[in-house]
Design a binder for this molecule. Structure first.
Ligand SMILES: Cc1cc2nc3c(=O)[nH]c(=O)nc-3n(C[C@H](O)[C@H](O)[C@H](O)COP(=O)(O)OP(=O)(O)OC[C@H]3O[C@@H](n4cnc5c(N)ncnc54)[C@H](O)[C@@H]3O)c2cc1C
Length: 406
């Protein structure tokens, strides 16, 4: 028998698994896919914690500020490649070069230094998919009007055959290449040529200011070789976030998975739950379909971390909405959408209502439905990651709490 089974291996599930495994629990994680981190920029936003802890039914209000903070501190202690201070915001560049506020950010993304720059050199890997140097340059000029922005195109031999075949090269391909032995050498070549150019600019009396290089598709977090190349440079490099698939999000996912495995956690990816066995108010067993056959797993406690509508944990059809593992009742707002495109969209708040222990409740009867099941991350009702900017924060807080208490 397992101490705990976590269904869903995204940010929330993995953090819960890491904390529980670290506490000496035998944890099995069952996940159909890799989770939404691989689409996201890898940035962890917390939103306005002071305000959200006072917002009726919000996960932060149920957990309280100290638990939100514990989740954040715990994450940062395990992943020092993430920078940021509790309740302080930082600036990162969007994939189009506009600055935006963020909570914890991967190494290399801090764009604060651009405020003091006079020259921005925008690195432009030729033919990189979903990177638009002209738009990015215009946005940088708008955001940092004190700066001259120069575009520095470059082309790599490694992708010549891709260009010839018309095969797109995206940011992930560049990141993978920079991390290889030959890629690290090529990166040194690219930045050293830039070094000479910037030396000339610095010696120009008309341009005495600080030069900063903006680099898309780099993702130095979790890569000692890239960090080493960058640390030797006499100018700061600011990395950009990327459109999905995002290298930074992928690298965080890999790091979480590795940490969970290193602590003895068992992860089955590509496996969905077929059935659960419930007696009274407790779940005893989970049946999964794996490699064409059914396998049964028993545990003392269970965590549901299946990512809401986006993650696949909630199926929405025109007729009904359904929680896919335990068949738990869902909070579904009366009004589904808001005609204001960028406004608060009620459907984002769909999810399972929980008590302060994160157990699913029947809110009409005010009763816990399953005593040994906790619900975390996007599966919890009454919050909106897009409007409240707290997607990563809720996953860390609820994931940490489940890992601490399961
Ligand atoms: C495009 C995008 C951009 C984002 N950008 C940001 C950002 O900039 N800042 C920020 O803070 N947050 C951002 N977020 C939100 C943040 O990434 C999510 O809130 C958070 O990752 C949700 O984590 P989760 O673990 O709850 O769900 P998920 O990451 O979705 O993980 C759910 C997991 O459950 C698995 N699963 C689903 N159903 C089953 C089943 N029946 N059986 C087994 N496994 C199952 C899925 O395969 C998946 O692995 C973004 C999200 C998206 C989608």
């Amino acid at each position: 028998m397992w101490d705990g089974i976590i269904v869903g291996g995204g940010l929330a599930g993995l953090l819960a698994g890491i904390r529980a495994a670290e506490r000496g629990k035998r944890i099995l994680m069952i996940s159909e896919g890799v989770g939404s981190l691989t689409y996201s920029s890898g940035v962890i936003d917390f939103g306005n914690v002071a305000q959200l802890v006072r917002q009726d039914k919000h996960p932060y209000a149920l957990l309280g500020e100290s638990i939100v903070r514990n989740g954040a501190d715990y994450f940062q202690a395990h992943f020092p490649d993430y920078h940021g201070k509790w309740r302080e915001v930082q600036t990162v560049l969007t994939p189009l070069g506009s600055p935006r506020k963020a909570g914890f950010i991967p190494n290399g993304l801090n764009a604060q230094v651009l405020h003091d720059a006079h020259l921005i050199v925008l690195m432009a890997p030729e033919g990189m998919k979903d990177f638009f140097p002209k738009v990015t340059k215009a946005n940088l000029e708008r955001a940092y009007p004190q700066c001259v922005v120069k575009v520095h195109p470059f082309r790599l031999d490694a992708f010549e055959s891709w260009h010839t075949l018309g095969k797109p090269v995206n940011g992930m391909d560049y990141t993978k290449y920079w991390r290889s032995a030959s890629g690290t050498g090529a990166l040194k070549g690219v930045v050293n040529s830039l070094n000479q150019e910037l030396d000339e600019a610095r010696s120009d009396p008309a341009d005495p200011g600080k030069s900063v290089v903006v680099f898309p598709g780099l993702a130095s977090a979790f890569s000692n070789s890239i960090k080493e190349v960058l640390s030797d440079l006499p100018f700061p490099v600011v990395e950009m976030t990327a459109f999905p698939p995002s290298a930074s999000g992928h690298k965080l996912y890999d790091a979480l998975k590795e940490t969970f495995g290193a602590l003895g956690g068992e992860l089955m990816v590509g496996t969905g739950v077929k059935q659960v066995e419930i007696q009274g108010k407790r779940c005893h067993k989970i049946i999964v379909k794996s490699k064409g056959k059914d396998s049964e797993f028993s545990a003392r406690s269970f965590v549901l971390a299946t990512g809401g509508v986006f993650g696949g944990g909630i199926e929405v059809t025109p007729e009904a909405s359904k929680e896919m593992v335990f068949g738990l009742p869902l909070y579904v707002p009366d009004e589904w959408t808001n005609s204001e495109f960028l406004g608060d969209q009620p459907y984002a708040r769909i999810g399972i209502e929980v008590d302060r222990e994160l157990r699913p409740i029947d809110s009409k009867l005010n009763e816990v439905i399953l005593e040994n099941v906790q619900v975390i991350g996007r599966m919890i009702a009454h919050w909106d990651p897009w409007v409240e900017h707290c997607g990563g924060g809720v996953s860390l807080a609820s994931g940490w709490f489940a890992g601490e208490t399961m």
